[in-house]
Write a protein that binds this ligand. Structure first.
Ligand SMILES: C[S@@+](CC[C@H](N)C(=O)[O-])C[C@H]1O[C@@H](n2cnc3c(N)ncnc32)[C@H](O)[C@@H]1O
Ligand SMILES: CC(C)=CCC/C(C)=C/CC/C(C)=C/C(=O)O
Length: 297
Protein backbone atom coordinates (compact mmCIF):
# COMPACT_ATOMS: atom_id res chain seq x y z
CA UNK A 1 0.00 0.00 0.00
CA UNK A 2 1.65 3.15 -1.23
CA UNK A 3 -1.12 5.61 -2.00
CA UNK A 4 -0.88 7.86 1.02
CA UNK A 5 -3.61 10.32 0.09
CA UNK A 6 -6.10 7.53 -0.76
CA UNK A 7 -5.34 5.93 2.62
CA UNK A 8 -5.56 9.24 4.49
CA UNK A 9 -9.15 9.68 3.26
CA UNK A 10 -10.39 6.11 3.65
CA UNK A 11 -9.10 4.83 6.98
CA UNK A 12 -12.16 5.17 9.23
CA UNK A 13 -11.85 1.74 10.84
CA UNK A 14 -8.12 2.17 11.49
CA UNK A 15 -8.68 5.61 13.08
CA UNK A 16 -11.61 4.37 15.13
CA UNK A 17 -9.64 1.46 16.61
CA UNK A 18 -6.45 3.43 17.27
CA UNK A 19 -8.32 6.17 19.11
CA UNK A 20 -10.21 3.71 21.28
CA UNK A 21 -7.06 1.77 22.21
CA UNK A 22 -4.99 4.87 22.93
CA UNK A 23 -7.74 6.31 25.16
CA UNK A 24 -7.75 3.03 27.03
CA UNK A 25 -3.97 2.58 27.44
CA UNK A 26 -2.77 6.21 27.76
CA UNK A 27 -2.67 6.00 31.54
CA UNK A 28 -1.07 2.52 31.60
CA UNK A 29 1.91 3.62 29.53
CA UNK A 30 4.96 4.42 31.65
CA UNK A 31 5.58 8.12 30.97
CA UNK A 32 8.88 9.57 32.17
CA UNK A 33 8.84 11.97 35.10
CA UNK A 34 11.13 14.45 33.25
CA UNK A 35 8.80 14.73 30.22
CA UNK A 36 11.61 13.79 27.80
CA UNK A 37 9.89 10.71 26.36
CA UNK A 38 11.06 9.42 22.98
CA UNK A 39 8.38 7.52 21.05
CA UNK A 40 8.72 5.63 17.76
CA UNK A 41 5.66 4.56 15.77
CA UNK A 42 5.94 1.55 13.43
CA UNK A 43 4.03 1.66 10.12
CA UNK A 44 2.75 5.24 10.50
CA UNK A 45 1.35 5.34 6.96
CA UNK A 46 0.08 8.76 5.95
CA UNK A 47 0.63 9.95 9.54
CA UNK A 48 -2.81 11.15 10.63
CA UNK A 49 -3.37 8.51 13.34
CA UNK A 50 0.04 9.32 14.80
CA UNK A 51 -0.48 13.08 14.75
CA UNK A 52 -4.14 13.13 15.83
CA UNK A 53 -4.09 10.50 18.58
CA UNK A 54 -0.51 9.62 19.65
CA UNK A 55 1.21 13.00 19.57
CA UNK A 56 -1.26 14.68 21.98
CA UNK A 57 -0.27 12.10 24.64
CA UNK A 58 3.41 13.00 24.44
CA UNK A 59 4.81 15.64 26.81
CA UNK A 60 5.74 18.94 25.19
CA UNK A 61 9.49 18.12 25.27
CA UNK A 62 8.96 14.60 23.87
CA UNK A 63 10.47 13.34 20.60
CA UNK A 64 8.31 11.59 17.98
CA UNK A 65 9.60 9.41 15.14
CA UNK A 66 7.12 8.04 12.60
CA UNK A 67 8.42 5.17 10.47
CA UNK A 68 7.15 3.17 7.51
CA UNK A 69 8.50 0.71 4.95
CA UNK A 70 7.00 2.80 2.14
CA UNK A 71 9.02 5.84 1.06
CA UNK A 72 5.87 7.33 -0.49
CA UNK A 73 4.10 7.17 2.90
CA UNK A 74 7.13 8.72 4.63
CA UNK A 75 7.33 11.47 2.01
CA UNK A 76 3.61 12.28 2.42
CA UNK A 77 3.76 12.29 6.24
CA UNK A 78 6.92 14.45 6.28
CA UNK A 79 5.37 16.95 3.88
CA UNK A 80 2.16 17.25 5.89
CA UNK A 81 3.35 16.92 9.48
CA UNK A 82 7.10 17.50 9.87
CA UNK A 83 6.90 21.10 11.01
CA UNK A 84 9.12 21.06 14.06
CA UNK A 85 12.35 19.41 15.12
CA UNK A 86 10.80 17.08 17.66
CA UNK A 87 8.70 15.25 15.03
CA UNK A 88 10.29 13.41 12.12
CA UNK A 89 9.53 10.57 9.72
CA UNK A 90 11.87 7.99 8.26
CA UNK A 91 11.82 4.77 6.28
CA UNK A 92 12.09 1.59 8.37
CA UNK A 93 11.19 -2.00 7.54
CA UNK A 94 10.31 -3.39 10.96
CA UNK A 95 11.07 -6.90 9.66
CA UNK A 96 14.66 -5.93 8.73
CA UNK A 97 17.67 -8.03 9.78
CA UNK A 98 19.53 -5.14 11.42
CA UNK A 99 18.09 -1.95 12.90
CA UNK A 100 19.73 1.33 11.87
CA UNK A 101 22.26 2.41 14.51
CA UNK A 102 20.57 5.77 15.13
CA UNK A 103 17.29 4.06 16.18
CA UNK A 104 18.52 1.05 18.13
CA UNK A 105 17.94 1.31 21.91
CA UNK A 106 16.83 4.96 21.71
CA UNK A 107 13.11 4.89 22.65
CA UNK A 108 10.97 4.88 25.79
CA UNK A 109 7.86 3.82 23.86
CA UNK A 110 7.00 2.04 20.62
CA UNK A 111 3.48 2.14 19.20
CA UNK A 112 2.07 0.44 16.12
CA UNK A 113 -1.46 0.44 14.72
CA UNK A 114 -2.72 -1.70 11.83
CA UNK A 115 0.77 -2.57 10.62
CA UNK A 116 1.98 -5.89 12.01
CA UNK A 117 -0.54 -7.97 10.01
CA UNK A 118 1.49 -6.91 6.94
CA UNK A 119 4.69 -8.43 8.34
CA UNK A 120 5.16 -12.17 7.80
CA UNK A 121 8.29 -12.28 9.99
CA UNK A 122 6.36 -11.35 13.12
CA UNK A 123 9.02 -12.67 15.50
CA UNK A 124 11.72 -10.64 13.73
CA UNK A 125 9.52 -7.53 13.94
CA UNK A 126 8.90 -8.04 17.67
CA UNK A 127 12.61 -8.59 18.26
CA UNK A 128 13.26 -5.26 16.53
CA UNK A 129 10.58 -3.52 18.62
CA UNK A 130 12.27 -4.90 21.75
CA UNK A 131 15.63 -3.58 20.55
CA UNK A 132 14.25 -0.14 19.64
CA UNK A 133 13.44 0.31 23.34
CA UNK A 134 16.15 1.64 25.64
CA UNK A 135 18.31 -0.93 27.52
CA UNK A 136 17.02 0.58 30.79
CA UNK A 137 13.45 -0.31 29.78
CA UNK A 138 10.35 0.98 28.01
CA UNK A 139 6.97 -0.15 26.77
CA UNK A 140 5.05 -0.85 23.58
CA UNK A 141 1.41 -0.71 22.53
CA UNK A 142 0.54 -2.76 19.45
CA UNK A 143 -2.75 -3.30 17.61
CA UNK A 144 -3.16 -5.28 14.40
CA UNK A 145 -5.46 -7.71 12.63
CA UNK A 146 -5.41 -11.38 13.52
CA UNK A 147 -8.12 -12.01 10.94
CA UNK A 148 -10.44 -10.15 8.57
CA UNK A 149 -12.91 -11.30 5.87
CA UNK A 150 -10.87 -9.36 3.30
CA UNK A 151 -8.37 -12.27 3.31
CA UNK A 152 -11.04 -14.82 2.32
CA UNK A 153 -12.27 -12.47 -0.43
CA UNK A 154 -8.68 -12.20 -1.77
CA UNK A 155 -8.36 -15.99 -1.93
CA UNK A 156 -11.62 -16.34 -3.87
CA UNK A 157 -10.54 -13.59 -6.28
CA UNK A 158 -7.18 -15.30 -6.80
CA UNK A 159 -9.04 -18.43 -7.97
CA UNK A 160 -10.66 -16.36 -10.74
CA UNK A 161 -8.45 -16.49 -13.85
CA UNK A 162 -9.23 -12.84 -14.56
CA UNK A 163 -7.30 -11.86 -11.42
CA UNK A 164 -4.98 -14.76 -10.68
CA UNK A 165 -1.95 -13.33 -12.53
CA UNK A 166 -2.00 -10.31 -10.22
CA UNK A 167 -2.53 -12.31 -7.04
CA UNK A 168 -0.16 -15.30 -7.16
CA UNK A 169 1.53 -14.29 -3.90
CA UNK A 170 -1.72 -13.53 -2.02
CA UNK A 171 -0.45 -15.37 1.10
CA UNK A 172 2.23 -12.67 1.58
CA UNK A 173 -0.57 -10.21 2.33
CA UNK A 174 -2.55 -12.32 4.78
CA UNK A 175 -2.03 -11.73 8.50
CA UNK A 176 0.46 -14.26 9.94
CA UNK A 177 -2.14 -15.00 12.66
CA UNK A 178 -5.14 -15.41 10.30
CA UNK A 179 -4.98 -19.23 10.40
CA UNK A 180 -4.08 -19.50 14.07
CA UNK A 181 -6.53 -21.39 16.31
CA UNK A 182 -5.26 -19.38 19.31
CA UNK A 183 -3.79 -16.08 18.08
CA UNK A 184 -3.60 -14.60 21.59
CA UNK A 185 -1.52 -17.49 22.92
CA UNK A 186 0.68 -17.53 19.81
CA UNK A 187 1.40 -13.80 20.05
CA UNK A 188 2.07 -13.99 23.81
CA UNK A 189 4.62 -16.73 23.15
CA UNK A 190 6.37 -14.59 20.52
CA UNK A 191 6.52 -11.65 22.97
CA UNK A 192 8.11 -13.97 25.53
CA UNK A 193 10.56 -15.40 23.00
CA UNK A 194 11.99 -11.97 22.16
CA UNK A 195 12.34 -10.98 25.82
CA UNK A 196 9.13 -9.18 26.84
CA UNK A 197 8.50 -10.68 30.25
CA UNK A 198 5.58 -8.47 31.25
CA UNK A 199 2.79 -8.32 28.73
CA UNK A 200 -0.93 -8.35 28.23
CA UNK A 201 -2.49 -9.66 25.02
CA UNK A 202 -6.17 -9.54 24.11
CA UNK A 203 -8.03 -10.71 21.03
CA UNK A 204 -11.02 -8.45 20.44
CA UNK A 205 -13.90 -9.57 18.25
CA UNK A 206 -15.13 -6.48 16.43
CA UNK A 207 -17.59 -5.68 13.64
CA UNK A 208 -17.23 -2.62 11.45
CA UNK A 209 -20.14 -1.47 9.29
CA UNK A 210 -19.35 0.13 5.92
CA UNK A 211 -22.20 2.39 4.78
CA UNK A 212 -22.76 1.82 1.05
CA UNK A 213 -20.80 0.29 -1.83
CA UNK A 214 -18.69 3.40 -2.49
CA UNK A 215 -17.42 3.54 1.10
CA UNK A 216 -16.40 -0.12 1.05
CA UNK A 217 -14.77 0.19 -2.38
CA UNK A 218 -12.77 3.27 -1.28
CA UNK A 219 -11.57 1.48 1.84
CA UNK A 220 -10.50 -1.56 -0.21
CA UNK A 221 -8.77 0.68 -2.77
CA UNK A 222 -6.78 2.35 0.01
CA UNK A 223 -5.19 -0.88 1.23
CA UNK A 224 -5.41 -3.49 -1.57
CA UNK A 225 -1.88 -4.31 -2.81
CA UNK A 226 -3.11 -5.98 -6.03
CA UNK A 227 -4.70 -2.91 -7.63
CA UNK A 228 -1.25 -1.29 -7.97
CA UNK A 229 -0.26 -4.18 -10.22
CA UNK A 230 -3.10 -3.96 -12.74
CA UNK A 231 -4.05 -1.36 -15.35
CA UNK A 232 -6.27 1.39 -13.91
CA UNK A 233 -9.11 0.54 -16.33
CA UNK A 234 -9.53 -2.84 -14.55
CA UNK A 235 -9.85 -1.38 -11.04
CA UNK A 236 -13.63 -0.87 -11.05
CA UNK A 237 -14.22 -4.39 -12.43
CA UNK A 238 -12.01 -5.86 -9.71
CA UNK A 239 -13.88 -3.92 -7.03
CA UNK A 240 -17.26 -5.04 -8.47
CA UNK A 241 -16.11 -8.66 -8.24
CA UNK A 242 -14.92 -7.96 -4.68
CA UNK A 243 -18.39 -6.68 -3.73
CA UNK A 244 -20.13 -9.68 -5.38
CA UNK A 245 -18.04 -12.02 -3.21
CA UNK A 246 -18.81 -10.03 -0.05
CA UNK A 247 -22.53 -10.36 -0.89
CA UNK A 248 -22.15 -14.13 -1.49
CA UNK A 249 -20.56 -14.36 1.99
CA UNK A 250 -23.77 -12.87 3.48
CA UNK A 251 -21.95 -9.81 4.76
CA UNK A 252 -24.47 -7.44 3.18
CA UNK A 253 -27.51 -5.80 4.80
CA UNK A 254 -30.20 -3.93 2.85
CA UNK A 255 -31.02 -4.25 -0.84
CA UNK A 256 -31.14 -0.71 -2.26
CA UNK A 257 -28.17 1.52 -2.88
CA UNK A 258 -29.35 4.01 -0.23
CA UNK A 259 -29.56 1.63 2.72
CA UNK A 260 -26.94 -0.94 1.69
CA UNK A 261 -24.43 -1.76 4.45
CA UNK A 262 -21.51 -4.21 4.57
CA UNK A 263 -20.44 -5.95 7.75
CA UNK A 264 -16.84 -6.78 8.46
CA UNK A 265 -16.37 -9.06 11.50
CA UNK A 266 -12.68 -9.15 12.43
CA UNK A 267 -10.30 -10.09 15.23
CA UNK A 268 -7.95 -7.43 16.54
CA UNK A 269 -4.83 -8.22 18.56
CA UNK A 270 -4.27 -5.58 21.24
CA UNK A 271 -1.01 -6.00 23.13
CA UNK A 272 0.77 -3.94 25.76
CA UNK A 273 4.25 -5.05 26.82
CA UNK A 274 7.02 -3.71 29.04
CA UNK A 275 10.73 -4.20 28.58
CA UNK A 276 12.42 -4.58 31.94
CA UNK A 277 16.04 -3.40 32.23
CA UNK A 278 18.57 -5.46 30.24
CA UNK A 279 20.71 -5.81 33.35
CA UNK A 280 20.35 -7.65 36.61
CA UNK A 281 23.08 -7.19 39.25
CA UNK A 282 25.02 -5.16 36.67
CA UNK A 283 25.25 -8.14 34.31
CA UNK A 284 23.75 -7.55 30.87
CA UNK A 285 21.61 -10.40 29.62
CA UNK A 286 20.49 -11.14 26.08
CA UNK A 287 17.12 -12.83 25.38
CA UNK A 288 16.11 -15.60 26.16
CA UNK A 289 17.96 -15.11 29.51
CA UNK A 290 15.68 -12.11 29.90
CA UNK A 291 13.07 -14.53 31.24
CA UNK A 292 15.22 -14.84 34.36
CA UNK A 293 14.21 -11.32 35.35
CA UNK A 294 10.57 -12.33 35.86
CA UNK A 295 8.99 -10.32 38.64
CA UNK A 296 11.42 -7.41 38.35
CA UNK A 297 9.52 -4.11 38.31
C1 LIG B 1 -2.90 0.21 7.30
S1 LIG B 1 -1.51 1.22 7.35
C2 LIG B 1 -1.58 1.83 9.00
C3 LIG B 1 -1.13 3.25 9.08
C4 LIG B 1 -1.29 3.91 10.46
N1 LIG B 1 -0.56 3.24 11.49
C5 LIG B 1 -2.74 3.99 10.81
O1 LIG B 1 -3.12 3.45 11.86
O2 LIG B 1 -3.50 4.62 10.07
C6 LIG B 1 -0.20 0.05 7.44
C7 LIG B 1 1.15 0.68 7.18
O3 LIG B 1 2.15 -0.30 7.50
C8 LIG B 1 3.21 -0.15 6.59
N2 LIG B 1 4.02 -1.38 6.59
C9 LIG B 1 3.76 -2.56 6.00
N3 LIG B 1 4.78 -3.42 6.20
C10 LIG B 1 5.70 -2.77 6.97
C11 LIG B 1 6.98 -3.10 7.49
N4 LIG B 1 7.51 -4.31 7.28
N5 LIG B 1 7.65 -2.17 8.21
C12 LIG B 1 7.11 -0.94 8.42
N6 LIG B 1 5.91 -0.55 7.93
C13 LIG B 1 5.21 -1.46 7.21
C14 LIG B 1 2.51 0.13 5.26
O4 LIG B 1 3.38 0.73 4.31
C15 LIG B 1 1.39 1.05 5.71
O5 LIG B 1 1.74 2.40 5.60
C1 LIG C 1 -16.78 -6.82 4.27
C2 LIG C 1 -15.34 -6.81 4.01
C3 LIG C 1 -14.74 -7.97 3.34
C4 LIG C 1 -14.63 -5.77 4.40
C5 LIG C 1 -13.18 -5.61 4.22
C6 LIG C 1 -12.86 -4.24 4.58
C7 LIG C 1 -11.40 -3.88 4.48
C8 LIG C 1 -11.09 -2.79 3.52
C9 LIG C 1 -10.47 -4.46 5.23
C10 LIG C 1 -9.06 -4.07 5.23
C11 LIG C 1 -8.30 -4.72 6.30
C12 LIG C 1 -6.85 -4.27 6.32
C13 LIG C 1 -5.84 -5.18 5.78
C14 LIG C 1 -6.63 -3.03 6.83
C15 LIG C 1 -5.34 -2.33 6.96
O1 LIG C 1 -4.25 -2.89 6.88
O2 LIG C 1 -5.38 -1.12 7.19
Amino acid sequence: MNQASLYQHANQVQRHDAKLILDEFASTMQWRSDGEDALLDVGSGSGNVLMDFVKPLLPIRGQLVGTDISSQMVHYASKHYQREERTRFQVLDIGCDRLPEELSGRFDHVTSFYCLHWVQNLKGALGNIYNLLKPEGGDCLLAFLASNPVYEVYKILRANEKWSTYMQDVERFISPLHYSSNPGEEFSQLLNDVGFVQHNVEIRNEVFVYEGVRTLKDNVKAICPFLERMPADLHEQFLDDFIDIVISMNLQQGENNEDQKFLSPYKLVVAYARKTPDFVNNVFLEPPHQNLVKGLN
